[in-house]
Design a protein. Sequence first.
Length: 599
Amino acid sequence: MSPLLEIETLVRRYAAGSAHPAEVAEDVLGRIAARGDDHVWITLRPAAELLEEAAGLPLRWPDPHLRPPLYGIPFAVKDNVDVAGLPTTAACASYAYVPQRSAPLVSRLLAAGALLVGKTNLDQFATGLSGTRSPYGSCESPLVPGLISGGSSSGSAVAVAAGLVAFAIGTDTAGSGRVPAALTGTVGLKPSRGLVSTTGLVPACASLDCPSVFATSVADALAVLSVIAGPDQNDPWSRPLPVPPPVPAAAGPLRIGIPSRLDFYGDAASAIGFQDATRRLAGLGHTLVPVDFEPFLAAGRLLYSGPWLAERLTAIGDFIARNPDDVHPVTRRVLRNGPTLTAVDAFNGLHRLQALRAETGQIWASLDALAVPTVPTTYTLAEMAEDPIGRNNILGHYTTFANLLDLAAVAVPAGTTPIGRPHGITLLGPAGTDTLLAGAAAVFHAETGGPALPSGPASTRQPLLAVVGAHRSGQPLNGKLLSLGAVARGTAQTAPHYRLYALNGGEPPRPGLVRSTTAGVPIEVELYELSPEALGILLTQNTPPLSLGAVLLDDDREVHGFLCESYATEEATDISGHGSWLGYLRSQTRGKPPGVAPG
């Protein structure tokens, strides 16, 4: 198997001048050719196009100090996510279309300098957890000959595990961003739902879908997540959530729940593997708390036996009805009962889920995280073919409840079982705990033999800048910020200590953010990562009454930011009630004819 590609390593080599994007791209193409028809890819970019783009990266960012965070990093995208100009098949050729626009998450990765290699195989229409439901072939785990890779994000996980790319985008509805991680020895990061935009994603269950990241380490996965995370006004499922930092944050001893009753479906080796993993968690100082796991399992059973089966048909039902012979036979069997479900079934399912959310909510009151085996057992391709639906359901035993119960998760390798099969654990927590989970998972992975935790100059990340007004995306000065190499890191809220004012005069119109000692409120800001040199340029170009200072965020992080001197607010309009500069601008355009700018 080819040596793994790691973001941390490539960033360091690019900075030292010992690697160049074109050389890395050539190496990637060679690795792909050497593996032959491994069923990983559905569409590869033309080699000449990839090499030309790689060669052009140093011209786009000639100053090494101003390079974006994923400069020259090769990656892959699951083929149910849109990439402009490449077909989106969802592993069904007759369903294919060629989008004109990339999904926002893909656009953010490209803007951050990443190199797209191609689009990967999947269980058709992201319906499955085995990696064996694709007419494009079944991916095999690189770790054990004949072992399934897991799905539905099979190609994405194998592309990383086989050293073909440094990271890959998957999706996760029932566990598709975690099951393949366990079976291929990779890290699978499933963010909180709504943290990453699902615009441009072929829905499996739109209310549950979540883009995911496969990487060789938690640090690499976080570096990617920090680029793709952030609200999307065009995505109705998007919501404001804390964007994790690009480096795992220290996580102190946690109260980690362990299911009081575990089922490994007769796999004694997997049971031994998880016992060893829990001992290592305890050895890291965590307090292990027995948990009644039945409410979680009950929620998970709703995914396949409840009305969410019908939700899958809202996106592809008409296509399947018109083209039944073009659908994979197992996929067709799984979905055939969807049309029989009624509105009464839907409400019964929603009411049952709400009750289970309340029940598990009481459990979370005494926990910081939950640790489960990522999969209870493993299967070969031949074993999977014997019972494709029953064994698929077993693979999801510890994953299907996560999105229904609104949990974030990180799956990390935990070594091999006594019979030489890979196994892993998943840490889960309520939505918004992505940073905490990643920190704990990174420590566990390092202790297990994974990459060491980032430390020292090689892992130093650039400063963060909080932008409140004219430098925000879509605003007049954003291009100036991007020209300095700034990379968007999503939105955040300040601590409730600030007031926002619409300043008088000046072009373009600008707001002023002022720290208040009496009646402050949270204000939305955009975060950008940029080099210290670029920050210095902004400081010298700044004009009064604006200045650069320290801005406190609601998660207690202190970042750089544009602040306003208080004298300038005496004649300004207090717009704090709008919560953001964009909120204020929208209020000024309501009721005005199209094209009329705010006064």
